[in-house]
Write a protein that binds this ligand. Structure first.
Ligand SMILES: [Zn+2]
Ligand SMILES: [Zn+2]
Length: 737
């Protein structure tokens, strides 16, 4: 007798039973154990952070991540699936700051790093239980009992090994870099973080009069950041453009780009008196103005320039200067802009940074302690008083803000650590070309373009909760040493606690090393590293390689499959490839399905603030996991944006799952009436009626098709084949038999 089945569509209840069965019987572990002698098919699980709740997008990633490994398991492969947790980084610190009522780094240090770090460690597990339940409900099979955790000492030690390899190749260096910087968080932001926080703002810009030296004339230069004017050390023109010296309607003589004269000076025309806006006195190419000197607007920077024995306050040339807006003359403050810094390096200009790390004006200026952007109006007023302000037009532009705390970012020169990715660009591109990107266009386009324009990887963060950068520096002679293991640290420091010390700030910072050059006391540099380096290290760090599990690592490297959302192009996809290229010079993944974002019914991005975000727990409780899984498999190609709404999910549930279920219920009903026992019969193909033959043929075609599709990562195609079969089975076979 077959177990009688109810024909209702209460799938959620039935799913719960299956979930319980899997759990009680430990089916996942058994599925691995049964195949331990089979070929290995490795899946790397990109680590989520457990200090945030799962959202509906995580359902999509989990169901796609589950699909392919499950298929491979069914094909007899042993598919290791170690779950992981991404645990370091600023979001965790910010959460703890909020909880403790702290604001900024000073207050954290006052509170104490030891208790602060302990809180961070607690905080990262806030939603762990929720994630585990969620994974179970979705039917995501992974080894959640032995996950890799990026803050574990073993994990960090593996990263240290990696960083030392990179160091030994001469690819880890300290430099100055103009970085987008959040003065409140006290840390630079990566380019993908900056991209998240652009806002349109209206601000006052300044067209300032720079007095030409020994001449009754002024050079007009425009800036959108008046607070950088006290740090001005030069002006810059385009060497190939035409500039003019004019007598203007306001009585002054000006230098500026000829093409912009009307735009800038046009308003000086006096209709009543009949005087023109300006009269051209002379023309120059930009190149002819090079090295022309001017008097500084303020004298705040003069002393710093003299101390550096560097010449300042003259016109420089660079082709980056355009005539699209402004005056065709740009003011140069090398501490506050990438282009400025380049010009500064080229002309060996002095480095003046009259803004501190908190974004406040420094004591060299009369605006000490004032947040730089708030100093704008004061600077404009002071210029006005000196007669050096030509105009302060309002200016609307898109300006980056910190995505975490909403503070306007500033571009700021910081000492920073970099991995010289530009040195391995060709390797990156070659290794990328070995990856099967699904869809192909992302690997060639978005990701390929990113690699073509690769920049050095700024990996240091001036924070607390992260993998400590493993470089010790001698304050006496500047000698630097990268430590690659606990063993090396113990040997170099002669300190036994190196064997057991927690590899986090502040504990690790207590271990010092005697400088091999001068005998001084070397200390660890204060930086921690980008948590993207953590997650990119998972192929080896999850096994504590190379300190343990060398065989296991080699067996599971590279992975055959990974899958994450498209926003990981510059995140995990990149850090994985970057690190495996630096360390092993090959890609650490062979196939990747890139997932699109989830939208609401109307194609709008889901967001909490818009109130159109779907709660994944509610959705799972209402429709069940199978219906949602099925929807994501069949609805569209995984990389396209998915519109998620209940009606569509229920439609698929009714049409596919309902039909399949009812067909089965129908079979059970009659099988039981007839006391039918399939095990007592053999399939005698020749004796079958034509409808049976037809269905069997359809079934075999289906099996072949689904097998081929899934072997080639074509999930919607496989789903559509199944959908078609169920429809034909019900509407043709069952009805006509
Ligand atoms: Zn911030
Ligand atoms: Zn030394």
């Amino acid at each position: 007798m077959y177990q009688k089945v109810l024909t209702n569509l209460n799938f959620v209840e039935r799913e719960k039973q299956t979930e319980k069965f899997w759990k009680d019987e430990d089916i996942f572990a058994k599925s691995m154990e049964n195949r331990k002698d089979g070929p290995t098919y490795t899946f790397y699980d990109g680590p989520p952070t457990a200090n945030g709740k799962p959202h509906i997008g995580h359902v999509l990633t989990r169901v796609i991540k589950d699909m392919i490994p499950r298929y491979r398991t069914m094909k007899g492969y042993m598919v290791p699936r170690k779950a992981g947790w991404d645990t370091h980084g600023l979001p965790v610190e910010l959460e703890v700051e909020r909880e403790l009522g702290l604001d900024g780094k000073e207050q954290i240090e006052e509170y104490g790093l030891d208790p602060f770090i302990s809180k961070c460690k607690e905080s990262v597990w806030r939603y762990k239980g929720m994630w585990e339940d969620f994974s179970g409900t979705v039917g995501f099979w992974a080894d959640m009992d032995n996950p890799y955790v990026t803050y574990h000492d073993d994990y960090i030690e593996s990263e240290w090994w990696a960083l030392k390899q990179i160091w030994d190749k001469g690819l880890l260096y300290k430099g100055f870099k103009i970085v987008p910087y959040c003065p409140r968080c006290g840390t630079p932001l990566s380019s993908h973080e900056v991209a998240q926080g652009y806002k349109d703002v209206k601000e006052r810009s300044a067209v300032a009069r720079f007095k030409a030296k020994g001449e009754d004339a002024y050079i007009l230069a425009w800036t959108t950041t008046p607070w950088t004017l006290p740090s001005n050390v030069a002006l810059c023109v385009n060497p190939d453009e035409t500039y003019a010296k004019v007598k203007a309607g306001d009585g002054y003589n000006y230098y500026m780009a000829e093409a912009l004269l009307d735009t800038v000076l046009g308003k000086l025309k006096d209709e009543e008196k009949g005087t023109p806006a300006y009269e051209v006195l002379e023309r120059y190419t930009g190149k002819e103005l090079e090295y022309k000197e001017y008097e500084p607007l303020f004298d705040y920077a003069v002393e710093t320039c003299e101390r550096q024995h560097k010449k300042a306050f003259y016109i420089t040339c660079d082709k980056y200067v355009t005539l699209t807006d402004g005056t065709g003359v740009v003011h140069i403050a090398p501490a506050f802009g990438e282009d400025d810094a380049n010009v500064g390096r080229h002309y060996d200009l002095p480095f003046v940074q009259l803004v501190n790390a908190k974004g406040e004006m420094t004591g060299e200026t009369p605006y000490e302690g004032i947040f730089c952007k708030k100093a704008d109006p004061m600077i404009l007023t002071d210029l006005e008083k000196k007669g050096l302000l030509f105009d302060a037009p309002k200016f609307e532009h898109s300006y980056p803000h910190c995505w975490r705390c909403d503070t306007p970012l500033i571009y700021y020169a910081r000492e920073s650590w970099f991995i010289k990715m530009t040195a391995v660009k060709e390797d990156l591109i070659r290794n990328n070309n070995t990856i099967n990107w699904i869809p192909e266009s992302i690997g060639k386009g978005r990701f390929g373009d990113w690699l073509e324009n690769i920049q050095d990887w700024g990996i240091s963060r001036n924070r607390y909760w992260g993998t400590p950068l493993n470089v010790w520096e001698c304050p006496e002679c500047g000698e630097m040493h990268s430590i690659g293991s606990r063993e090396e640290l113990e040997k170099m420091s002669g300190n036994e606690s190196a064997r057991t010390v927690e590899l986090h700030r502040p504990y690790i910072d207590e271990i010092t090393i005697k400088c091999p050059k001068c005998g001084g006391t070397m200390k660890r540099v204060p930086e921690v590293i980008d948590c993207w380096f953590d997650s990119g290290a998972m192929p080896f760090a999850q096994h504590h390689y190379p300190f343990e599990n060398q065989d296991l690592f080699h067996k599971q490297f590279p992975a055959q499959f990974i899958s994450e959302a498209v926003d990981q192009t510059r995140g995990w996809f990149y850090s994985l490839l970057a690190e495996s290229t630096l360390l092993f010079n090959k890609s650490c993944f062979e196939n990747v399905i890139v997932l699109g974002h989830i939208q609401d019914e109307n194609g709008q991005k889901m967001s909490k603030s818009k109130g159109n975000a779907v709660d994944p727990f509610e959705a799972l409780a209402t429709y069940g996991a199978d219906a949602i899984r099925w929807y994501f498999y069949i609805n569209s190609a995984p990389w396209l944006p998915n519109r998620f709404h209940g009606k569509a999910v229920q439609e698929g549930q009714r049409k596919f799952m309902g039909t399949l279920w009812n067909t089965y219920a129908f079979f059970v009903l009659y099988a039981n009436i007839d006391n039918f026992d399939a095990t007592k019969y053999k399939l005698e193909y020749d004796k079958l009626p034509v409808m049976d033959k037809w269905l069997l043929s359809k079934l075999n075609t289906l099996i072949q098709e689904v097998d081929e599709d899934l072997a080639n990562y074509r999930i919607p195609e496989a789903a559509r084949a199944l959908d078609g079969f169920v429809d034909e089975m019900s509407n043709w076979y069952v009805r006509r038999s």
